[in-house]
Design a protein. Structure first.
Length: 252
């Protein structure tokens, strides 16, 4: 019943110049030539988008961005618009990553605005949700996930969300080497999927891809992907090296 196509996405955060992105692509693309049954994506820094787009054109690897503003254009110094990302060749955009929530004042309300802007520009939003260690220890995981999903998708109707991807990224697992166990991840993913069903409908819940993120490596990708509600991965550190990211992309 799971007809969801896996998506393995790399989040390069504030790493790699345009030239370094090109060098990565020249090594990575040939390694994943046989990965036709899954979607692959790389989200570099804004300054590397155009250079990477040139390298990825005609390959199965899609381009993504790490953030966007909600207006199409205007006096917003330092921001990048959905229109610019689409013109640069992006298919996906990461929204509401915990590093943006933690360091740059991202709120569930701004996440909802960015998600709407992404969808209107034809970009697939990857909406990031997840609890901190303190929240988990206090038994608050599900209520945090509920808030992130409910408010991040406020005022949407199901038929607007066909391109939506959700990423469950427990904050305590990001960049720490402490991956959630497959059971912890599965439990959170199943919760998110049933929430999508309650908020929208069963059809959308069955179709939406839910990625796991937080210390994904070649060693743990297969066991995570074996879980019924884990449809892919959002990979930080291990996506910076072409060999390790290719091993993840080619999980069996
Ligand atoms: P990590 O980061 O793989 O380095 O833990 C994941 C993320 O922040 O998306």
């Amino acid at each position: 019943m799971t007809a969801r196509r896996p998506l393995i996405a790399g989040n390069w955060k504030m790493f790699k110049t345009g030239a370094e992105a090109v060098e990565f692509a020249r090594r990575f693309v040939p390694l994943v030539a046989g990965a036709g049954d899954r979607d692959l994506m790389i989200a570099p820094a804004f300054t590397a988008l155009e250079a990477l787009a040139g390298e990825l054109k005609g390959t199965p690897v899609a381009l993504g961005a790490q953030n966007l503003h909600w207006e199409l254009e205007g006096p917003f110094t330092g921001e990048i618009s959905p229109r610019m990302l689409a013109a640069a060749g992006c298919r996906y955009v990461i929204i509401g990553h915990s590093e943006r929530r933690q360091h740059f004042g991202e709120t569930n309300e701004s996440v909802a605005r960015r998600t709407r802007a992404a969808l209107q520009a034809g970009l697939a939003p990857i909406l990031c949700v997840g609890e901190t260690e303190t929240e988990r220890n206090a038994g608050g995981t599900f209520s945090v996930l509920d808030k992130h999903v409910r408010k991040g998708l406020k005022n949407f109707v199901a038929n607007e969300l066909g391109a939506l991807v959700i990423a469950y990224e427990p904050v305590w697992a990001i960049g720490t080497g402490r991956t959630a166990t497959r059971d912890q991840a599965q439990e959170a993913h199943a919760f998110i999927r049933s929430l999508v069903s309650n908020l929208f409908n069963a059809e959308l819940a069955g179709a939406v891809r839910i990625l796991y993120g937080g210390s994904v490596k070649p060693e743990n990708i297969s066991e995570l992907m074996a879980m019924p509600d884990i449809d892919g991965a959002l990979v930080g550190g291990a996506s910076l090296n072409p060999d390790s990211f290719a091993k993840i992309a080619l999980f069996a």
